[in-house]
Design a binder for this molecule. Structure first.
Ligand code: FAD
Length: 502
């Protein structure tokens, strides 16, 4: 097989929230950067409007990878330039203050989340990625109804902040923003890094980090064919300064373990599983107009965050209950459905290991929600059902196997709230994944230190969601970018000082 060799000062594996931000900072500081990305570069014009075709191009394994454990839970991951930011809804949340305090007190991360540096990073990212609050004009029927439910029930609902100031409300975040309003990494930090001199190699799947005498000196893997994904060349890229692994909370530990690292690598996998409830209204809701996600209700004490979530009809149809003529009738009412979801800050910890049989991605992910997690999930479903009725829904589809698939009034919600709930009864999905190369001050309880440097290996860093020692309870991309910004800035400064001293 053909062999491709390359070299750069900083070699970055993965171009999602972490990898692209690292490239933005290092290239912006004049450093020589090469980004290696397993997926393709999808230009907006190439991204199909049909959601299944779009998912086939941009999602890892067509979104079929699931956790193992008490319940096979689908994990949504991006595999394209921009990673999951290229398929997400652009929701922006700063690191919650209680999480910051916990990371300092319990995980010794005062240096990483030092207030001044972190706030500066948040502010700069917000300016550069055009973060703004979703205007009421972009709510659409889905968010308008959730806002109405919050008014009636006295819940603390609010417009979401998103990195999409120029959003036109076409409800197509999942397929790729048609107007490039959402400032995902593929349209923001990656082209910006390239203008600053960084290079990007796509369809480059990295298998391992090359170590020599306790130092990371490069990476090796394969170049793959865009269609078949079969290897077409061997790839070996050397790093003069450092290797930065930013391949996501699932793929980063696989690369590190294949490189010979052990200990806590792959341990403490965490997630924010989510569930959705659908309501039918007399008046059209028209989910196809408005922000894909525009309105939210943070309930931190409940470890839940409720969100509007517009789906295209082809994804909503399988969620509709009934069969035969009943189901066909429901399809004719497609415009009358609202869908709301929640993410749950679960307490369960799982594990990621490399696997030949890991659903095509080479990763086996073990994760089982705890009984307390399931209590929270049950509360969330009950609350969303109540909110649907408060907003005027005629019927609500709670989506719980073994319980009535259609409920016609608030009095029927008690049955959900009283019945024991097992994960197998639900359609939970996880798109926020964390914690498999934890950062921390204690070498016995962490994989990377407060500079995101891998312990006991020179020149190796992890900059992505894997470094989070806990989950957040809010959408994570902004925190991933800001932590990366802080750590990559320090790395750039150290490299500059070394260059000046040489
Ligand atoms: C459908 C969906 C919606 C979401 N909505 C939001 C939202 O609105 N707001 C929010 O804050 N968060 C959201 N998230 C979560 C957020 O997008 C992720 O938490 C974040 O992108 C993770 O960043 P990361 O750098 O850890 O990894 P990713 O963004 O997943 O990037 C990892 C990159 O590494 C590449 N890679 C992996 N393995 C290799 C390899 N071996 N060799 C080379 N490259 C490799 C991948 O292809 C990918 O491009 C959403 C996620 C999904 C899936």
């Amino acid at each position: 097989m053909r062999v491709v060799d390359d070299v750069a000062d900083f070699v970055i594996v993965g171009t999602g929230a972490g990898g692209a931000t690292a490239a933005r900072v290092l290239a912006g500081a004049g450093r020589d950067v090469l980004m290696l990305e397993e997926g393709p570069l999808l230009r907006t014009a190439d991204r199909p409007a049909e959601v299944l075709d779009a998912m086939a191009l941009a999602f890892r394994d067509f979104a079929t990878a699931t956790t193992r454990g008490s319940y096979p839970m689908p994990m949504l991951q991006g595999r394209c330039v921009g990673g999951a930011t290229a398929i997400n809804s652009g929701i922006i949340w700063r690191l919650p203050e209680d999480v910051r305090a916990q990371w300092i007190a319990e995980h010794g991360l005062g240096r990483l989340v030092e207030r001044r540096a972190l706030d500066d990073a948040f502010e700069q990212i917000e300016r550069e990625l055009e973060v703004t609050e979703t205007s009421e004009a972009l709510y659409g029927g889905n968010a308008e109804r959730m806002a109405e439910a919050c008014r009636v029930m006295g819940l603390p609902g609010k417009a979401m902040s998103r990195n999409a100031a120029r959003c036109k409300g076409s409800a197509r975040c999942l397929q790729g923003c048609p107007g490039e309003a959402r400032q995902s990494m593929d349209v923001s930090y990656i082209p910006r890094s390239q203008r600053d001199g960084a290079r990007l190699l796509t369809l480059a799947r990295i298998d391992r980090v090359i170590m020599e005498w306790g130092r990371a000196v490069g990476v090796e893997g394969v170049l793959v064919d865009a269609e078949t994904r079969r290897p077409v060349a061997q790839l070996r890229v050397m790093a003069r300064e450092a290797v930065i692994v930013s391949a996501s909370a699932v793929q980063t530990p696989v690369i590190l373990r294949r490189s010979g690292l052990r200990g806590l690598v792959g341990e403490r996998f965490q997630a924010h599983p989510g569930c959705a409830v659908v309501g039918r209204f007399d008046e059209p809701v028209t989910m196809s107009r408005g922000a894909t996600q525009g309105y939210e209700v943070p309930l931190r004490d409940r470890r839940l965050k409720l969100e509007t979530l517009a789906l295209p009809p082809e994804l909503l149809a399988p969620r509709l209950p009934g069969a035969g003529a009943v189901w066909q009738q429901r399809l004719t009412e497609m415009d009358h459905y609202a869908q709301w979801s929640f993410i749950c800050r679960t307490e369960a910890h799982g594990r990621v290991r490399p696997s030949l049989f890991g659903g095509g991605s080479g990763a086996a992910v073990h994760f089982s929600p705890t009984a307390s997690d399931m209590e929270r999930v049950r509360y969330g479903i009950g609350l969303l059902c109540r909110m649907m009725f408060a907003a005027g829904a005629r019927e609500v589809f709670p989506g719980i196997g073994g319980l009535p698939s259609v409920i016609g009034g608030v009095d029927e919600i008690d049955a959900i709230e009283r019945s024991p709930l097992r994960p197998q009864q639900l359609n939970m999905v996880a798109s926020h994944l964390f914690g498999t190369a934890c950062a921390g001050g204690d070498p016995r309880a962490s994989v990377v230190d407060a500079d995101l440097a891998v312990r006991d290996v020179q020149g190796l860093y992890v900059m992505d969601a894997s470094v989070f020692p806990t989950n957040l309870g809010v959408n994570p991309q902004h925190s991933i970018m800001a932590l990366t910004w802080v750590a990559a800035s320090r790395l750039a400064n150290r490299a500059l000082r070394r260059a000046a001293a040489a």
